[in-house]
Design a protein around this ligand. Structure first.
Ligand code: NAD
Ligand code: DAU
Length: 356
């Protein structure tokens, strides 16, 4: 048996592949385009491991998907591949439409043809698991209940609109063609291999480099944080036992305003890597222009996955964030590597425009 993973060189995908192969001997075929966010060094420890087959390519390349499906005959496809950064989607939405919508559509079509050709027993066992986000639900006010699976989709950014569109395609391929799909909608992840364009790793690497810590607007926007390995365990649980055609929300029950996250990161760095001048990293915090259309609050009601599949996160925010900060302190070469080249151009463009 084999699974096909797309986007397995990115942040969550590489954590998923590493955990999968640590827990089982079932091979993984990993299809990833290696955009700026894809990083094969995340998977260096699998270099000599025959259970991991890496293929560089686009999930929208139908001929390639057809070939991989025919050759490796996976029993499941887990679709992580996406453009994932909201700020980039504001600067340039086209890649998001192309990868997240058109790419998912083409992959669904390849999988539909492959699935249709399977013998009955394999057909029944097959799964297409689509990895999505809580951002498809839009934004919450302070006193709203957390997002449930029954909430309407009200996406507000080009990124979330493209993810919502892909979720709808997946849903339609189930209802129309009977494709055995599952969808997960997860809250903000953090942990090892998180690309330092996103809040937590950006704050860690900027703090250590003595650079400003750019907090958008008043910093009171709320996110619900989940340690990446808990997301991976939830995905495995849904793949194993999720009901066909269903969506499962995944979250950490960890709602926190951004400014509190930044303070926590600074306090951990003050403890684990104190500055030579004895001052706190908090002195580097600067408030910058807000993100256009910035969603105010996300929160996930994760009771369905707990009730139906018995999943709960293993980490609290306190344990997960400590591990994460320590991981970045222990991997300066990984940070230096991802900060080369186009990363610098992105930082210059994004933070110049927000007066940082
Ligand atoms: P990421 O940006 O770190 O990684 C994305 C990966 O997809 C990269 O390896 C990239 O090379 C690859 N990729 C991009 N375009 C591709 C294409 N056209 N063909 C093949 N590969 C391509 O993203 P991430 O944070 O790991 O997110 C993974 C998935 O999880 C995404 O679908 C995202 O929407 C979803 N998600 C992310 C979070 C989060 O907090 N990061 C939360 C919920 C859901
Ligand atoms: O909710 C799940 C989503 O979480 C995923 O679907 C996305 O792929 C992922 O990128 C993430 O989206 P966010 O926009 O919430 O994450 P980001 O890390 O970019 O920002 C988190 C919050 O921090 C958000 O309110 C914006 C704010 N922020 C971010 C950056 C990069 C800042 O204040 N300053 C910054 O420099």
């Amino acid at each position: 048996m084999t699974i096909l993973v797309t986007g397995g060189a990115g942040f969550i995908g590489s954590n998923f592949v590493l955990d999968w192969l640590a827990l089982s001997d079932e091979p993984v075929v990993n299809l990833d385009k290696l955009t700026y966010a894809g990083n094969l060094t995340n998977l260096t420890c699998l270099d000599d491991d025959a259970r991991h087959v890496f293929v560089q390519g686009d999930l929208g390349d139908r001929a390639l998907a057809d070939r991989l499906l025919a050759k490796y005959r996976p029993r499941a496809v887990v679709n992580f591949a996406a453009e994932s950064h909201v700020d980039r989607s504001i600067h340039g939405p086209e890649d998001f439409v192309q990868t997240n919508i058109v790419g998912t559509f083409r992959l669904l079509e390849a999988v539909r043809a492959y699935w249709g050709s399977l013998p009955e027993a394999e057909k029944v066992a097959f799964r297409f698991l689509h990895i999505s986000t809580d951002e498809v639900y839009g934004t919450l006010s302070k006193d709203d209940p957390p997002f449930a699976e029954t909430n309407a989709n009200e996406p507000n950014s080009p990124y979330s609109a493209s993810k919502a569109a892909s979720d709808h395609l997946v849903r339609a391929w189930h209802h129309t063609y009977g494709l055995p799909v599952l969808t997960t909608n997860c809250s903000n992840n953090y942990g090892p291999f998180h690309f330092p364009e996103k809040l937590i790793p950006l704050m860690i690497v900027n703090a250590l480099a003595g650079k400003p810590l750019p907090v958008y607007g008043d910093g009171m926007q709320v996110r619900d944080w989940l340690y990446v390995k808990d997301h991976c365990s939830a995905i495995r649980r849904v793949l194993k036992g999720g009901r066909l055609g269903e969506t499962y929300n995944i979250g950490g029950w960890n709602e926190k305003p951004n400014i509190e996250i930044v303070h926590t990161v600074c306090a951990l760095l003050d403890e684990l890597c104190p500055k030579a001048d004895g001052r706190s990293y908090k002195t580097q915090i600067t408030h910058v222009q807000d993100r256009p259309g910035h969603d105010r609050r996300y929160a996930i009601d994760a009771r369905k996955i707990e009730r139906e599949l018995g999943w709960k996160p293993a980490e609290t925010f306190e344990t997960g964030i400590r591990k994460t900060v320590q991981w970045y302190l222990d991997h300066p070469e990984w940070v230096a590597n991802v900060q080369r080249g186009t990363y610098r151009k992105w930082v210059a463009k994004q933070y110049k425009e927000t007066n940082e």
